[in-house]
Each structure stands twice: as C-alpha cells, then as structure tokens.
Design a protein around this ligand. Sequence first.
Ligand SMILES: Cc1cc2nc3c(=O)[nH]c(=O)nc-3n(C[C@H](O)[C@H](O)[C@H](O)COP(=O)(O)OP(=O)(O)OC[C@H]3O[C@@H](n4cnc5c(N)ncnc54)[C@H](O)[C@@H]3O)c2cc1C
Length: 398
Amino acid sequence: MIGGGPAGLSFARSLADTELEILVVERSSLDQLAEPAQDGREIALTHRSTEILKNLGVWSRIPPDEISPIRKAEVLDGDSSYSLSFDRSSLTVDALGYLISNHLIRKALCEEVETAANIELLTGVTVTNLSTNPSGAAVVLSNGETVEASLVVAADSRFSDARRKMGIPASMHDFSRVAVVCRMKHDLPHDGTAFECFHYERTLAVLPMSGQRSSIVITAPTHAAAEIMGMSEQTFNIDVQQRFRNRFGQMILEGKRYAYPLVAVYADRFVATRFALVGDAAVGMHPVTAHGFNLGLRGQATLASEIKTALTLGKDIAGASVLNNYQSKHQRVTRPLYLATNAIVGLFTNDAPPIKLVRKLVLRLGNSFPPVKRMVTQGLAETDTQWSLFRSLLPRPH
Ligand SMILES: Cc1cc2nc3c(=O)[nH]c(=O)nc-3n(C[C@H](O)[C@H](O)[C@H](O)COP(=O)(O)OP(=O)(O)OC[C@H]3O[C@@H](n4cnc5c(N)ncnc54)[C@H](O)[C@@H]3O)c2cc1C
C-alpha cells in the first residue's frame, strides 16, 4: 500500500481480517500519522460512509461530541434570498449526513490500523521505483529496501507519483480557484443547517459543527484567495459575516485559515498489472459536493471485497477479474458524479448574465419537483437505492 492517508488506511484496515500481509508505506512520520495536525478540512460523510467506518471500528474511536449531524441543507444563488432546501423529512434517518474533522478521522484510522497484527506501517519513507509484471511487483523504497508484493495499491493523493510511475494518464481540471477553509464561532445557533451560497465571484459554504460553531469553506479565484488569506482577523470576520448576510450574528475566526488549490483529477484507468489506484489517486473531486472521501471509502471497500472473494475462491488477489471488477464498479459510481460536480462548479462560478438566469432556474426547478428533490436528498445522504435512479439521469461513463 503506498500512502497512509484516509483512503490508504481504510483499505489496509478493510483487509485486517484476512491472512494477507499488508505493508503501508507513508511519507509522513509516525507522529504525524498518529497525531495528525488539524488541517481545516471538515468532512461531510454520507450514511454509506458512516456504515463503512462503523464496520472498520473507526466510528467508535471518534468522540461523539465531535460528530455533527447535518439536518438540513440550503443552496442560495447570487444576491437572491431564494433558496433550494433539502431536509431529512423524506429519509428514515436522523440526519442528511455527519461532519467530522479530517484529522480526527485520520487519527482514528491510524489507531485502528495499529491494532491489526497483519498490517505494518512504514513511515518517513517514499517510493523511488515501482515495477510490476504478471508474476509479481517490486517496490524500491527511499530507505534502500526493495519490497516484493503480489499487489501494489496506491492512495498517494490526487497528484499520485505511483500513478505516473505506472504510466497511467489522468485528466486534470485546474479550476484556477482556491478553497480557503477555517472554523468560526457565532452568536446564533445553526440548527444543524448547512448552507451553500453561490455568490457571484466566490462561493461560501457554512457547515454545522458542534456548539455554535461552523466550518467555513470559501472558494475564490486564486488572486482573491491570496487577499482572503492575508486579511486581518477582524476584517475577515466582518467580511464573512456580511457575505453570510448576518444570519448567525457576529462571527469570529477560531484558529488558522488553510488554503487548498482546487484541481480535480480522474485517472484514465484505476488498475494496471498487479496495481490499483484508490482514493484521490483514482478520483480527486472538487470539494463543493463533498464526495471526495466518500467515494474513496466506497472504492476501497469495493476493491477489498473483490480481494476477499478471490481469497475465498483460492484465486490470485491481483488477477484480472479482481482488478477489472473493481475498476468497472468504481468507474460506474464515480464518473457520473465527477462530471456532474464539475458541471455544477462550471455553472455556479460563471457569472455571465444568461448563466445567472440558468442558475436561478435550476434552484426553482429543484424546489418545484418533489421527486427530483427527494432523489437528490437520498443521493446526498446515500441512504437509498433511488440514488442509482438519480445517477442514471446523469451522463454515462465512456
Ligand atoms: C477543503 C476540502 C474539503 C473537503 N471536504 C470533503 C467532504 O466534505 N467530504 C468528503 O468526502 N471529502 C472531502 N474532501 C476530500 C477529502 O479530503 C479527500 O478525498 C481525502 O483526503 C483523500 O484521501 P486520500 O487518502 O486518497 O489522499 P490524501 O488525503 O491526499 O493522502 C495521501 C497520503 O499519501 C501520502 N503520500 C503521498 N505521496 C507519497 C509517496 N510518494 N510515498 C508515500 N506516501 C505518500 C501522503 O503523505 C498522504 O498521507 C475535501 C477536501 C478538501 C481539500
């Protein structure tokens, strides 16, 4: 396994109950893995992801007061106060999804992996060379060691070096925008509501955290993001408060602001001879639809399940059917969402007058057709099979 981020550790943990010996090679130190620093990312998890994390023993390691339910979502466009809203009334669950800090997910995954007898964490090391052939794989490490393996799985980020080393091309879409993320506390309660405000020139997401605090995600053109990062705390507080139309009263920055350049990535193939990509290395999403880690979790679970089936049948864990099944299942799930997310970003970051009109129309149509709204809600929460119906309305993979 190359990369001990959230996707890589989830995948390793998914195979903890097999007879396989798993080596996780991670560039960061063991301290950084075991006690990850806050990185400003608050991850919105669907019910499917919650189930996966529960099955992996990770959910119970996250302090309950750090799990924030998202009960309602409101989408606002431009200067209008009209909103497209989704709530859990069409669902049988208590929330649309849950918000958890990325560093807490990573910490819990690391704790879980450290308890597994068949998983070894090799930290502070990178891969200098990688080669595979039909009978095996060899991974040369920066510490001079060479590791032989039956299968190499890479989850080494959207800019995956392993993907390049294996000669797998990827489509990359640089949005020329940056996401500035931080936490803010505020005077008024959020009542579990997540807001996505597609203002002109920049977008503002305000996501409910425990207490009277929210996670703030501002996406802006790169030049404006530099200005946002450089603002004094006081100016920043007033700026966000005003852009959010004082809905929560006074807002105050808690901790640091973090900036992430927005680049979406889709690998041309997810597999090669004795090799597979999972997590962002396979599909790196724009964060606006909060699918990235949800898809990473789902993909690793798909690959782990194919491997377990092969083990039960006494077959090669890196056989063509294992890898091809994983690839086709994961492409079917991810391709439509990837294309739809990029289309949404395109629509809601284009301020040309005719597009502004389309944006308003989309929101009103969404509110006026209860079946569509119900399907989107179930899709957001990943609770129901109707999601596959919603997916079938989206562009097909090619
Ligand atoms: C602002 C923001 C908000 C987000 N919000 C959400 C959300 O609400 N919901 C959601 O589902 N997703 C969200 N995401 C996406 C989510 O954070 C990613 O999908 C997730 O972190 C991907 O995990 P990963 O393990 O694939 O990759 P990464 O997190 O990038 O981890 C890769 C790991 O590989 C290691 N590595 C890299 N290169 C090497 C090498 N050569 N050798 C060894 N190790 C290596 C790195 O050190 C790292 O530990 C958000 C992302 C951002 C930026």
